[in-house]
Design a protein around this ligand. Structure first.
Ligand code: ATP
Ligand code: MG
Length: 1063
């Protein structure tokens, strides 16, 4: 596994500090979020802590809860601080670095159950309390004990402080595992990597929490596996690893072939290959580990020489000679054994076929039968392997040892075989179950002790707990002189024909009547049926187990003949030499039996554990088939029982189901009571008291300890928790509302501040602008006034601007007040003095401009008309008073249309071409009677027409002139040349279109200056030689009459504007 550790210096700031600092805030968040996760998650995924199970005495309820959680891939559940783990048989992705981080430095109950939570809690307790701890991992084969212990070790490898030195220790601790597993684990029917020894490993920590060393104790290696394996099982991994993975050179040197089938010790189970095990790569791991752990090359060589020797030994075969004694041909195996162990072949040969017996004072060699030789050979193989394993553990310890004598605290990991029951149970099961019985005893003592201590510490009266104390069974097995082991030893040692059956009889003799011991003979009728004759049954705390006595004596004796030991002592192989020391007690004193050794080692273990604080991991397997997702109720129920979970739960629940520090309890539930919410002023204990009173807890439902509240039933707690759930939502809404209000208010305040600021700035800016504007205005006004005062002086600094202004102002105004027409002579702005000249020039220019524009704008016809008008003007302008009125009235071609001229007249004058006609009033020359006539001009004459009659024709040649008055009348007098009397005289006419008619006449007659504008009176010829007069005068109204003097008096009103007339 690739391990990355959190780098925190190993001095100064320690792990604890780092934990505190790094995650304080995060921890607070977590506490709020996840605290008492066991309570909040209880519905969906069962209960996270069995202690909170109401039906805690019901095995089925426990089973249901386990199943519910297992189906959700939740393999861990607590019983208080004990962790129950169900092997998932699949990768769950819950052992990542991230997961480790989550669990680092978090209180036990804050997060869902996990092996890391337990590991972390143990570690932190150790650091804060500076005491020693152990974690007991138990469970049957394949339940996941070794995996659990590795997970714990990996957690420490990551979470502990790291330095170069510490990393070295860490690597050794981690790598000791693959080495131990190679030599001590094997494939069994239950587990492809089954630990065939019990392991207790101490991890030593310095006061800063750095892992500084370790120590391993091994228990009862199943060495019989070296020579025999059941069908479907293998020997220890290392043999296969060497054969499969060993380098060619090495194999050659060891005399091995790369073929497991060649070695009889490897094929007993007919299962040399295991799909889940990769021997080749495991070999590499082990080789690497050995060098990291700093095994010397020579030791490594010796080690493999021993492994190879065992394989060669296994292939040694004996043949019976003529007397039936076992002989050895000089077989190649002996040659390799001799080479690898460094013992002369001959010596080995003798050693394997003879035993030394004492005859009086002499020692003689007695030859073996073939069976005896095979037995002795196997015993040797087992002994060599077993002792080498012990040596290996010692070497590992040597490598892990911390030489520094400073004070250390330790966490022990006990990965030990759990309770075992097979259809046939033998000596091994007896030892294993005895071991579990001892551990159960230890557990009861420690748990009760700690419970009692807690009650004492909290000042709560201790209530006696009803539980089963298994001391009676422990005594049954181990008691001196009386116990089963003593009887067994006695049987093994006594002279005479001791057999397994005599051992059973002795047991019956001694144990008869013991409530936990029964045999076929002792049993009642009913029980007897379930027992064989060679069986004895123990009623263990976890259940009944029937043992078959067959092999008990042999296995207990574990006999190795003295002379073969002596042979081994001669070995040149350093390890073998070390394993068979010359100081070993000699023949006279029988070596300790296996059971007694085991018993003493368990006593030693118990002592080690008793001095430490216990933590438990109980591993279970969900099915026998190593299948993921399959939960076998019967199997799990069996384990629940055998692991003593119900016992544990009962002890743990004996008094109070739940206990928590006041602070934590109050922190969580304070919203439930108005007095404690939001803040309690007094001590936490008082707060809790107040809170539970408010919640209506009955006096027997809880107890107040010194630092903790104890709640008897889970239902009380759940009711509280449910109330809290409801309350939480209300609170959340309130907090949300408050918070929103606070946020909005904050926003509003900020906006208001911002608005005020903007306003201030804006006002300031406006004021500044205003001030600037005023200052500017003052300057401008001053300049203006100065300019005004000096406006008449010659241009100077003071007045230039003013004058420019005056000019511009005048010009601007002028632009808007220009005369609209040429004739508008009055509209022109009076210029200021300095603009007089310019104004005049402009006026002239503008007039010209208007004229030009006007002229350019007029049409040809109009032009012609205007020319005529010009002619009129040249004649009458300034001479005749009513001329100006006529100026605006346009001239037309003719005033009488051709249809209105009588046809006769028209026909008569048509040839001459009618140029113009106009209605006139003709005044008779005599009497001045007015007559309406038409005046028609042709190309050569003017005609006076009355209807169809031409009254008078005046040739233009005969027209002497025309007279008009200066006044406003419309009279014209045509002076005609008269040669004879018959001819009519001059014509006195009145015409409304006087100026038009006269101008036309000038043009038609082509006579331009024959019109006379006469003042006063006009003389005219009535007929040649006879004269008449027309007098003109101005009067009040227009009147025409014959005056007394016989003149025609024409009075006309004065035209109003003289000026206009002049213009
Ligand atoms: N937490 C786990 N997650 C996934 N697989 C697991 C877990 N624990 C155990 N296993 C699987 O179960 C197998 C057996 O586990 P392990 O070797 O730890 O059992 P054990 O209790 O030590 O058995 P034994 O008593 O035989 O040594 C492992 O090889 C692994 O495949
Ligand atoms: Mg194991």
């Amino acid at each position: 596994m690739q391990i990355t550790t959190r780098k925190t210096g190993h001095s100064g700031t320690g792990h604890m500090k780092t934990l505190k600092h790094v995650s304080l805030e995060e921890r607070c968040n977590r506490i709020l979020r996840d605290m008492e996760g066991s309570l909040t998650a209880r519905d969906r995924v069962g209960i996270q802590d069995f202690v909170l199970l109401d039906a805690y005495t019901s095995e089925s309820a426990v089973l249901d809860n386990l199943r519910k959680r297992f189906n959700e891939n939740l393999i861990y559940t607590y019983i208080g601080t004990l962790l129950v783990s169900v092997n998932p048989y699949k990768e769950l992705g819950i052992y990542t670095k991230k997961q480790m981080d989550i669990y680092m430095g978090v209180n036990f109950f804050e997060l869902p159950p996990h092996i890391y939570a337990l590991a972390d809690n143990v570690y932190r307790t150790m650091l804060t309390e500076t005491n020693n701890h152990f974690i007991l991992i138990s469970g049957e084969s394949g339940a996941g004990k070794t995996e659990a212990s590795k997970k714990i070790l990996q957690f420490y490898a990551v979470s502990c402080p790291s330095t170069k030195l510490l990393d070295n220790v860490r690597d050794r601790l981690l790598l000791s595992n693959p080495v131990l597993e190679a030599f001590g684990n094997a494939k069994t029917l239950k587990n492809d990597n089954s630990s065939r020894f019990g392991k207790y490993m101490d991890i030593q920590f310095d006061h800063m929490g750095g892992a500084v060393g370790g120590h391993i104790l091994s228990y009862l290696l199943e060495k019989s596996r070296v020579v025999h394996q059941n069908h479907g099982e293998r020997s220890f991994h290392i043999f296969y690893q060497l054969v499969e993975g060993g380098e060619e050179d090495l194999l050659r040197w060891l005399g091995l072939e790369r073929n497991c089938q060649r070695y009889s010790y490897l094929v007993q189970g007919e299962c040399a290959k295991v799909s889940s095990v990769n021997d080749k790569s495991d070999w590499k791991t082990v080789r690497k580990a050995l060098s990291v752990i700093e095994f010397s090359e020579s030791n490594i060589e010796s080690l493999f020489a021993i492994i190879a020797s065992v394989l060669h030994l296994g292939n040694v075969t004996f043949v019976a000679d003529s007397q039936g004694y076992a002989t050895l041909n000089n077989s190649p195996e002996i040659h390799w054994l001799s080479k690898l162990l460094g013992i002369p072949a001959q010596v080995i040969q003798v050693g394997l076929t003879h035993r030394k017996i004492e005859a009086r004072s002499e020692e003689v060699l007695s030859p073996f039968t073939v069976d005896q030789a095979v037995y002795a050979k196997d015993a040797l193989a087992k002994a060599i392997y077993g002792r080498t394993f012990t040596w290996l553990v010692n070497e590992l310890n040597e490598s892990l040892a911390n030489k520094d004598s400073s004070r250390k605290t330790v966490i022990g990991l006990l990965d030990i075989y759990g309770f075992e029951v097979f259809s046939v149970n033998s000596f091994e099961q007896f030892c294993i179950n005895y071991c579990n019985e001892k551990l159960q005893q230890l557990f009861i003592q420690l748990t009760l002790k700690s419970e009692q201590e807690e009650y004492e510490m909290e000042g709560i009266e201790w209530e006696s707990v009803p539980y089963f104390n298994n001391k009676i069974i422990c005594d049954l097995v181990e008691e001196k002189f009386k116990g089963i082991i003593s009887v067994l030893d006695e049987e093994c040692l006594r002279p005479g024909e001791a057999t397994d059956m005599t051992f059973l009889e002795k047991l019956e003799e001694k144990m008869g009547g013991h409530p936990h011991f029964v045999t076929h003979k002792l049993a009642d009728q009913k029980t007897r049926k379930t027992l064989e004759r060679g069986d004895f049954r123990l009623l263990h705390y976890a259940g009944e187990v029937t043992y078959s006595v067959v092999g008990f004596l042999d296995k207990n004796n574990d006999l190795l003949y003295r002379n073969i030991k002596e042979v081994m002592r001669q070995s040149k192989n350093a390890i073998v030499k070390h394993c068979f020391p010359s100081t070993e007690p000699d023949s006279k004193k029988r070596p300790e039996t296996v059971a007694t050794q085991f018993k003493s080692s368990l006593v030693g273990l118990t002592e080690i554990l008793m001095s430490k604080e216990p933590w438990y991991v109980r591993c279970m397997k969900p099915n026998e088939g190593k299948q993921p997702g399959l939960f076998d109720d019967v199997l799990v129920r069996h384990q629940v029982k055998y692991l003593g979970l119900m016992e544990h739960l009962r002890v743990r629940r004996a008094g109070f189901a739940y206990r928590r520090r006041y602070e934590i309890f109050l922190q969580r539930y304070k919203p439930l009571c108005p007095d404690t919410w939001p803040n309690w002023k007094g001590t936490a204990a008082e707060g809790v008291e107040c809170l539970v009173k408010h919640l209506g807890y009955k006096p027997d439902e809880y107890k107040m300890g010194r630092t903790k509240i104890f709640i008897r039933h889970p239902r009380t707690l759940f009711a509280t928790e449910d109330a809290f759930e409801v309350c939480k939502h209300e609170l959340a809404t309130r907090i949300q509302a408050k918070y929103k209000g606070y946020r909005v208010k904050g926003d509003y305040m900020r906006q208001r501040q911002a608005a005020t600021k903007i306003e201030t700035c804006w006002r300031g800016m406006k004021a500044r602008r205003e001030r600037e504007k005023r200052a500017w205005a003052v300057k401008v006004i001053k300049r203006f006034i100065k300019g005004f005062m000096t406006r008449n002086q010659p241009a100077c600094v003071d007045n230039t601007e003013y004058l420019a202004f005056v000019r511009q102002n005048y010009l601007t105004r002028l632009k808007e007040n220009l005369p609209k027409t040429v004739v508008d002579k009055n509209t022109w702005l009076t210029p200021p003095p300095i603009m007089q000249e310019a104004s005049q020039m402009l006026r002239k220019l503008y007039t010209r401009h208007m004229v030009r524009r006007y002229v350019q704008g007029i049409m040809t016809e109009r032009k012609a008309q205007l020319q005529i008008k010009g002619l009129t003007s040249s004649i009458f302008k300034g001479t005749k008073e009513n001329y100006p009125h006529s100026v605006g009235i346009p001239f037309v071609d003719t005033r009488i249309s051709e249809e209105d001229i009588h046809i006769k007249v028209y026909q008569m004058i048509r040839q001459e071409r009618i140029k113009y006609s106009v209605p006139v009033v003709k005044y008779d020359r005599n009497g001045f009677r007015p007559r309406f006539r038409q005046l028609i001009y042709t190309g050569s004459a003017a005609y006076l027409v009355e209807e169809a009659k031409i009254k008078q024709r005046v040739e233009f040649n005969n027209l002497k002139g025309v007279s008009v008055s200066t006044l406003s009348d419309n009279f014209l007098i045509l002076h005609v040349q008269c040669e004879d009397i018959k001819q009519k005289g001059d014509l006195v006419l009145q015409c409304d279109y006087l100026f038009e008619a006269l101008t036309k006449l000038c043009l038609v007659a082509n006579k331009h200056n024959f019109i006379k504008v006469v003042q006063g009176s006009v003389k005219f010829d009535i007929q040649p030689g006879r004269e008449g007069f027309v007098d003109f005068k101005s009067g009040q109204e227009t009147m025409i009459y014959r005056a007394k003097n016989g003149h025609l008096m024409v009075e006309s009103t004065r035209t109003k504007s003289r000026a206009m007339i002049q213009n």
